[in-house]
Each structure stands twice: as C-alpha cells, then as structure tokens.
Design a binder for this molecule. Structure first.
Ligand SMILES: [Zn+2]
Length: 172
C-alpha cells in the first residue's frame, strides 16, 4: 500500500460524476454466497429500532443513496449529513456514511474498478458505538475497513461475484 499522502477528495469519486445510464454498482458476494453485501444491508437494517415501516423506509433510503452513487449524483451534505469520503488507511477504498441519530450510523465501503463492475460495494455495517470509547470505536471500524480491503484483493479474480446481467448490482 502506498505511503504517499492520500490527496483524494469526494470530487475524485465516480459517485460524484454524473453518468446516464448509471454505472454498475455491484454488491460483493463470495462464490459460496456465504458473504453478501446485499444481505449485510438487510441484516443491519433489521436490527434497528422502530416499526417495520421505519425499517423499510431506512432500507429504501440506503438503496436509494447507492443508486444515486451509481448515477454519479452523490453530493456532499446531500441530506441528513450523509457523506462520501476517501478511506485514508486504504487508497483503494471509499466510504459512504449514513447518520440517522438514535437509529444509528451506517457505513458502506466501496472500490471503483472502473469497469465490470464500475463500482463494487465491499462491506456494509452499522457503526458499533456501544463501548462509548473513542479508541475502541475506531479500532472496530478499522477492522471493518480492513475486511473490505481483503474482499477487494481476494475478489478481483472473480470480479467480486459480478456477472453479465448481474442480479447482485444495485437497481437489479
Ligand atoms: Zn453485479
């Protein structure tokens, strides 16, 4: 991994460069379908507080934001403080954040291979702040970023499960 200073900003991401039709934003799935980012989103949402309707709305917001990213229409401060940032500990990765107050915060780490697929979501999780300890919270989140980094490297040989007519891409 490069030790050069990471000078990326959100403006360097494909997620902020409009594209019509939208780019392929693939959700990582491994060969045995044991690990699936689509399922990680469903599981994280299912564990939030609120009614079934609240959870369905949150699920829709998250997928809607990913579809906007695929269309290159993510903008800083879009709503509710949601943001896109480079992951400083891994120059291959970007981070999309959802901040939902008492309902929690959510993170999607993705990479931008540029073709087949254009973008790949590698790991989705609810931010674990249960320790109330800043160092521990950071440690846990770094571990999630490192998992995304491993999936990026290990998955390149099968394009992270992306296929022609893929059913694991956002919007499919
Ligand atoms: Zn796909």
């Amino acid at each position: 991994m490069s030790k050069e200073r990471d000078r990326r900003t959100a403006a360097d991401s494909l997620c902020t460069r409009p594209c019509d039709p939208p780019r392929a934003f693939h959700f990582f799935v491994d060969g045995r379908r044991a690990r699936s980012v689509r399922v990680e989103i469903e599981q994280a949402v299912s564990q939030t507080k609120g009614s079934m309707i609240d959870r369905a709305a949150l699920h829709g917001e998250i997928l809607g934001q990913v579809r906007r990213a695929a269309a290159g229409k993510l903008r800083l401060g879009l709503d509710n403080g949601d943001v896109l940032e480079p992951v400083r500990r891994n120059p291959d990765l970007w981070e999309i954040k959802w901040k939902r107050g008492k309902r929690g915060e959510f993170r999607l780490y993705h990479a931008e291979p540029g073709n087949a697929p254009d973008l790949v979501g590698l790991r989705f999780h609810a931010k674990d702040t249960s320790s109330n300890d800043a160092d521990e919270i950071e440690h846990l989140q770094n571990a999630e970023m490192d998992e995304a980094g491993r999936r990026f490297v290990d998955g390149v040989k099968d394009r992270w499960g992306h296929t022609p007519g893929c059913h694991d891409c956002a919007g499919s």
